[in-house]
Design a protein around this ligand. Structure first.
Ligand SMILES: [Fe+2]
Ligand SMILES: [Fe+2]
Length: 442
């Protein structure tokens, strides 16, 4: 078998050709690739687009870089080789969020805007798009085989240069155990706070003193304190004032949230759709669980529900790097194909984030009441010791995954809702009120 030659299509350019034993490749991050093929003429090519349109709207020096000015040239070049617009078929790829994407990246959405412009122009030219693999959190290679017109889109996994190691796509159980051991331990202050919340609250003065001495936690506490989620225009500028304004209980929960942010959740890129997504999801869940607990006339302590919500997904911290590198189409399988997250985790890792979370909870000696919601929040019927709290976390997670999409991937299934409502003593009629309470956006 002869190996076909390959040619790379650099960004901001296109390559067109007639039938030829050659494969065109475009490596796409946030750039968008458009492959066109006319099977009758045996003519095709790839356009590697950088941006949607020139900033000043004029005629740019390099028009091929932009969808608005480049795509008509690409189509014309193919027609010059014998293709006809109405016979051309398109494949599109790229437009992803690369690296730890920030809110700004999401707002600017260059890949999305380039895609939109390209789709608009293709539609205007009467060209049908047969396959579109846009978005996500990975780089891919789009290839066009010029001998037959076949296009393929392959995720490209780069070794983690910063850590000088290649994270395996499918880790062995030993590698997962090793990762669990190497996860930074939960900060001492967070553990202390958890014990205070779950036992007797005492020595709050000590906590305030400890927070004052830790600049990072101090800054995060004040930031949270001044955020719309926790207060309305408090303009709190000191820890002591925060303590007075918030009250002891709220202050403790807020310090715990800040300590957990500093110590546990890093830049998750596998499960999250944007930078800080996992932490934002956890904070949203903390508030959602607290609100649902309050609706149960304190049958479940709202403070305990808050901490269960905050920590329910800690197992994702262990598996995140494997998801990011091993399952680049993860987001698509959950959001578009509707696959079950737990089933994908089992298939790829032979374990789940709920199971790795349970191991972390034991390793960190978290209060017993938190272990079941962490371990069973996707299968609440398996909870033995704390079924109510576990069903409450499940319900909040389900509402969050359906109504606050954009932070974190969870893909919860609705078939358990009736059982959860029954365990918690809610009626079906209360569901809209529950959704209202738990759809907290952080
Ligand atoms: Fe989860
Ligand atoms: Fe979750």
């Amino acid at each position: 078998m002869t190996v076909k030659q390959r040619q790379i299509v650099p960004s901001g350019s296109f390559v067109v050709s007639g039938k030829h034993p050659l494969i065109l490749d475009a490596y796409l991050g946030s750039c968008v690739g458009v492959a066109l093929w006319d099977s009758e003429a045996g003519t095709g090519g790839i356009h590697h687009l950088l941006l949607p349109e020139p900033v000043d709207g004029g005629t740019p020096w390099q028009p091929e870089k932009y969808a608005r000015t480049g795509l008509p040239l690409f189509i014309q070049a193919l027609c010059d080789l014998g293709a006809q617009k109405n016979r051309l078929k398109a494949t599109m790829a790229g437009g992803g969020l690369i690296g730890p994407a920030s809110q700004m990246d999401l707002d600017m959405d260059i890949g999305g805007r380039t895609t939109e412009m390209a789709c608009h122009l293709l539609e205007k030219a009467g060209i049908q798009v047969l396959k579109k693999e846009i978005g996500g959190y990975f780089t891919c290679r789009m290839s066009l085989d010029l001998s037959c017109g076949d296009t393929t889109i392959t995720p490209v996994i780069f070794p983690d240069v910063s850590q000088n190691s290649l994270v395996p796509a499918c880790p062995t159980p030993e590698q997962i155990t090793e990762t669990i051991q190497s996860i930074k331990p939960i900060p001492q202050i967070a553990l202390k706070l958890l014990r205070m919340i779950h036992n007797d609250m005492n020595s709050l003065g000590d906590v305030a003193k400890e927070v004052r001495q830790d600049q990072v936690i101090s800054a995060k506490v004040l930031k949270l304190c001044n955020s719309a989620m926790f207060s309305r225009k408090m303009n709190t500028d000191s820890i002591d004032r925060a303590l007075i304004l918030l009250g002891e209980k709220r202050f403790l929960l807020l310090v715990l949230s800040a300590a957990v942010d500093s110590g546990i959740f890093g830049y998750s890129t596998g499960y999250s759709l944007c930078r800080g997504g996992l932490y934002n999801h956890s904070l949203g869940m903390a508030l959602a669980c607290e609100r649902l607990a309050k609706m149960r006339s304190n049958r479940i302590s709202p403070a305990v529900a808050y901490t269960a919500g905050l920590l329910h997904d800690i197992g994702k911290v262990v598996l995140d790097q494997y998801v990011a590198r091993g399952i680049p189409f993860f987001y698509r399988r959950i959001l578009e194909d509707g696959e079950d997250l737990i089933a994908i985790e089992k298939e790829c890792f032979d374990t789940t984030h709920a199971e790795t979370g349970r191991t972390l909870a034991e390793l960190w000696e978290l209060p017993d009441i938190l272990k079941e919601p962490i371990a069973c929040h996707h299968e609440p019927e398996s909870a033995q010791a704390h079924p109510e709290l576990t069903h409450l976390v499940f319900l909040a997670d389900l509402i969050q995954s359906r109504f606050t999409l954009g932070q974190d991937l969870e893909g919860m299934v609705t078939c358990r809702v009736a059982e959860s409502l029954e365990v918690l003593g809610f009626s079906l009629k209360q569901l809209p009120a529950l959704i209202d309470a738990a759809s907290v956006i952080v």
